[in-house]
Design a binder for this molecule. Structure first.
Ligand code: AMP
Length: 220
């Protein structure tokens, strides 16, 4: 694996643990984590025009338009802190987004180093999602069993109250899983054909998933 830069995409169903691994890997490789979900939720929270446009889609478990998320990512990866790479978490989610990402990178003479897919079956996803909590202020994600906040129901980073995401409610989760299987899962084949795909099984224990992820990346 290259050590001077690192560009990684994380794939996986909602709740598979992409965000948690992205956060850990971003720290490990000293590159930013770019989570389109976090950026979009922040836009909703701040009531920006983008936030107002996407609120209903997100709360109903539907995907935001390719055009909107590609614009977000295009701007974000042009920022200085992405010079040495990034961990993309939740983008791309469709084939057109993957193609757009390739173009954005190509314009800069860059390529991805790997695409890591975290595999968790649907029934485990549904039970895990009910325990997820999120900080509306800074976007940090927790789980009441697997990744508990240090202090009650408060965020470790900014001490704000943690809440349940509107789209983590069980009826919405089913729709998000459907969107994942229809629109995002085909990306595994897309990236496998490019020789970039690495898959690991997402375990209940965070430390086991982290170990599997580290081993897979070391073998690149
Ligand atoms: P996440 O936090 O990654 O689960 O994303 C939450 C929601 O934001 C998704 O269910 C979508 O509605 C929207 N979203 C995030 N990333 C994307 C993307 N790359 N393409 C389309 N919609 C997205």
């Amino acid at each position: 694996m290259k050590t001077n830069s690192f560009r990684l995409v994380l794939l996986g169903a909602p709740g598979a643990g992409k965000g948690t691994q992205a956060e850990r890997l971003a720290e490990k490789f000293s590159v930013p984590q770019i989570s389109t979900g976090v950026i979009l939720r922040a836009a909703i929270e701040a009531g920006t025009p983008l936030g107002l446009k996407v609120k209903e889609l997100i709360e109903n478990g539907k995907l935001v338009s390719d055009e909107d998320v590609v614009a977000i990512v295009g701007q974000r990866i042009a920022e200085k802190d992405c010079e040495n790479g990034f961990i993309l978490d939740g983008f791309p989610r469709t084939i057109p987004q993957a193609e757009a990402l390739e173009n954005l990178l190509e314009e800069r003479g860059l390529t991805l180093d790997a695409v890591l897919s975290i595999e968790v079956n649907d029934s485990d996803i549904v039970s895990r999602m009910s325990g997820r909590r999120v900080c509306k202020k800074c976007g940090a994600s927790y789980h009441v069993v697997y990744k508990r906040p240090r202090n009650g129901n408060l965020c470790d980073n900014c001490s704000s109250e943690l809440t349940i995401r509107e789209d983590d409610k069980v009826e919405v989760v089913m729709g998000r899983l459907e969107a994942y299987h229809k629109q995002t899962a085909p990306l595994k084949e897309y990236y496998a054909a490019k020789g970039l795909l690495v898959a690991v099984e997402g375990k209940e224990e965070l430390s086991e998933t982290s170990a599997a992820v580290d081993e897979a990346l070391e073998n690149l």
